[in-house]
Design a protein around this ligand. Sequence first.
Ligand code: FAD
Length: 540
Amino acid sequence: MNTTNSQHRQAITDALQGTHFDLLVVGGGITGAGIALDAATRGMRVALVERRDFASGTSSKSTKLIHGGLRYLKNFEFLLVREVGRERAVVHRLAPHLVVPEKMLLPILENGSLGRWSTSVGLWVYDVLAGVRGADRRKMLSRAATLAQEPLLDRPDLLGAGLYAEYRTDDARLTIEVLKTAIRHGAVCLNHCPVETFLYEQGRVAGATCRNAIDNTTFHVRARQVVNAAGPWVDELREKDHSRTGKHLFLSKGVHVVIAHERLPLRHSVYFDVPDGRMMFAIPRHRCTYLGTTDTPYDGHPDEVAAKPEDVAYILDAANNMFTTAGLTAADVESTWAGLRPLIFEEGKGPGEMSRKDEIFQSPSGLLSIAGGKLTGYRLMAKKVVDVVARRLGIDTPSKTHELPLTPKPFEDVGQVAAFEAKLRQKVERAGLPGWQAAALTESYGADAERVIEEALAAGGGQEGLVKAELHHAVKHELAATTLDFYERRSGRLFFEIQSIEPTLEMVLAEMGRMLHWDRSRTTSERQAVHEALRRARCQ
Ligand code: FAD
């Protein structure tokens, strides 16, 4: 049985029902995925269930940076900066095609919040804490040198900039790759499978009742330990366990907008001042540039979070204020996304001031809940949680995820990635696709990109051929079970190539329907879900 193939859902459900697991993980965001991988590679029998799709919560809605959190230096969170700063290099090494080096410019303006001297010292401390070496160490640039790097920063009050090293990724793809690696090590993982209630034996949590949301059947998963890694829904699950006492979550909403690269043709990522004292990212990515984020308290239901016109206006104002010739308007926005930071509430602090630290809550029933944290620190968080689980189970195998590549055919370094990409480019061009697709496909699928583009060529090339090939890969190798699983999280098209959706939708519906045996009403509801997602992403 191929347990990454959505056509084998029934067999996966059977395996979930028929095994007594050591660990059940609830939630298939980056935190749950990391925990499943860490536990499976220590020899535990692991199950993971995800209510909607893997990475459908916060883990597809972040700024998509693997970063040390320069901002946290302002709050004097040195340990956090040190920990996640060093972790960047580890995650890059595990998947150099997916976690790619990204130089970041920090402009210094006359009367801006950053002085030349404080920026220089701040970035130096950042590099030292994160253990950055050699050519990657921060450089302080003059005005002329800054403009040579990034002409769009040409404004009279520009004094210069700091140039420092970070990494860019795709959060949903990273989550999927971590999960696929966990599955290769024996974990049994299923999406569209919410936990409805917990099961107890003598007052101890001993599994969960789950619902297969695709065929609406209910079944039990039994496990010796249960971890709640439900991100913004952590408290909802703690309530099901009657243990939502003491500390609780505070949800802060963050929005990003996507525009065509030619409307803001940045050569570099820029981390810039916003007039209200906050900071924001502008990040070029293949055919787009994306901008964000906002940071506002959120008290609605986590399922309903969406970008509002006022969020978009705030981001565009901030960008127009920094890039004075940009003249961006709402009509330039191709797509948006909105996510929730699951922060641990701290009395008297605003969303921007609350720590991004993670914390484990242990309930009287034995349920472990993990809250807070960052995408960047997923592996360390996972190790911390699984250390507790291992202690409880009497297992003393240490974590080995620091040396475990996230693909079966890993690249050694960025040089190998670049060589692969150059070769792929020829096939991409032969398929009649733009050259940037070579980098985009390499980042998304690693060495599998070659198989995807060959299938696209065999299917006649062009956009339709590529979408069909990516779709087959997503269903057969990445557990895509709905049209949006494919368009939003496997291929990222909803955010970064939204205009490719309408022309390919009927083909995708027909192809998925054929592979997954959909009836007419299922196809209709899938079509509606895509139209609704398009409206939401376009903020209409
Ligand atoms: P989620 O990804 O939300 O996963 C929880 C999962 O649990 C969800 O998929 C949900 O569907 C599932 N679930 C809920 N209830 C149930 C149930 N009953 N049964 C089964 N499953 C259930 N971090 C960085 O390192 N770099 C960044 O650039 C960055 N930028 C950010 C920008 C924004 C705007 C935001 C909001 C966050 C950002 N972060 C960043 C933080 C990072 O994205 C989060 O820390 C991380 O994604 C949280 O992952 P998670 O797995 O804990 O939560």
